[in-house]
Design a binder for this molecule. Structure first.
Ligand SMILES: NC(=O)C1=CN([C@@H]2O[C@H](COP(=O)(O)OP(=O)(O)OC[C@H]3O[C@@H](n4cnc5c(N)ncnc54)[C@H](O)[C@@H]3O)[C@@H](O)[C@H]2O)C=CC1
Ligand SMILES: O=C(O)C(=O)Cc1ccc(O)cc1
Length: 307
């Protein structure tokens, strides 16, 4: 499909791409760049590509597809570093969880003739690093593109065909809308998880041992999200600030109403809300979306020992 693909960043997403590219034969040569020498060595041990580079510019030379998979706050620096080595006609894309900020950071460095198409696979786990990836991460998941007004439709088709070959379904929307949608369906859930786990950890009259010992499955679900990569999520919060603050303010209002219903013993209100939200989950299942992350069983190494 491509002669040479350059993967800049070889963590969970970059290494999953490397694995699916190898499995499906989507490129003749995969050039891998990481600024961390240890990560690069690990990628080489895992045989994730054909060449390994600490200088991202070296990796992108002669590449016809470049995929940037680094924390969103580093996108601008990466674009600046690779820009002089990109050849005309190359497709440059990314996988960042926020889109308007990535576009603002990368666009100024994109040379004439290079097709910059921002993207976001809605697929991931709480794990990070090159060992965490797996080839079927993107299967039956959405990949959203947020193309710029002057995006070449043929380049977009080519990139869409690549992601379809990785197993994904494609959607296209503008970056501002993407950032609002993702703020509510992905960013807020992580922020709420970080917060509730932090609150539980801070409690004076409930010991840490009790939190661990009696953690019900609801709380365990939060601890999975709250175990996600701190650098990645710091960057998401800083780079989707406005949409996250807008959704947090709606969330806080609704939480205050829920708090009031509990305080005043308004059982009808609680029952109505809980009935309505149950319907939302039903709709997701009916729409054929995966609810449970199917790879957990296989990829969660730290299953608790049975006693
Ligand atoms: N983890 C997830 O579930 C998902 C993450 N994303 C997005 O994908 C991107 C990558 O995330 P992961 O692969 O999960 O992270 P990761 O932490 O597993 O890997 C990030 C990689 O970027 C490298 N890196 C960090 N700063 C760099 C810099 N300044 N220059 C060059 N390389 C640098 C790291 O060495 C590492 O190889 C992020 O933008 C994230 O928002 C998108 C979908 C899902
Ligand atoms: O692990 C989870 O539940 C996720 O939600 C993974 C995820 C994290 C960030 C994204 O931008 C997309 C997917």
């Amino acid at each position: 499909m491509f002669d040479r693909i350059a993967l800049i960043g070889i963590g969970l997403i970059g290494s999953s791409l490397a694995r699916v590219i190898a499995q499906k034969g989507l490129a003749r040569h995969v050039a891998i760049a990481s600024r961390s020498v240890d990560t690069l060595k690990r990628a080489e041990q895992l045989k994730l590509g054909q060449s390994y580079h600490t200088d991202p510019a070296e990796a992108v030379r002669e590449a016809d597809l470049v995929i940037v998979s680094v924390p969103v706050g580093s996108s601008g620096a990466v674009a600046e570093a690779i820009a002089p080595a990109l050849k005309p006609g190359t497709i440059l894309t990314d996988v960042g969880s926020t889109k308007a900020s990535v576009i603002a950071q990368m666009s100024p460095f994109v040379p004439e003739g290079v097709h910059f198409i921002p993207g976001h696979p809605l697929a991931g786990t709480e794990k990070s690093g090159p060992d965490a990836g797996f080839a079927d991460l993107f299967v039956n998941r959405w990949c959203i593109f947020t193309p710029l007004p002057d995006t070449d439709p043929a380049a977009l088709d080519r990139l869409a065909a690549f992601w379809r070959a990785c197993g994904s379904n494609i959607d296209v929307m503008d970056a501002t809308h993407h950032d609002k949608v993702l703020a509510i369906v992905s960013h807020l859930p992580h922020i709420i998880a970080y917060n509730i786990v932090g609150t539980a950890d801070d409690l004076q009259n409930v010991s840490k041992t009790e939190v661990i010992k009696y953690a019900a499955s609801g709380f365990r679900d939060f601890t999975r999200l709250a175990a996600s990569d701190p650098t990645m999520w710091r960057d998401v919060c800083l780079h989707n600030r406005d949409a996250i603050l807008e959704m947090l303010s709606r969330f806080s209002e609704d939480l205050a109403a829920l708090q009031r219903a509990i305080r005043w013993g308004d059982g009808d209100k609680l029952f109505d809300l809980f009935t309505h939200t149950r319907g939302v989950r039903r709709s997701i299942i009916d729409a054929g979306q995966e609810i449970d992350v199917p790879d957990f069983g296989r990829h969660v190494a730290e299953q608790p020992a049975k006693s």
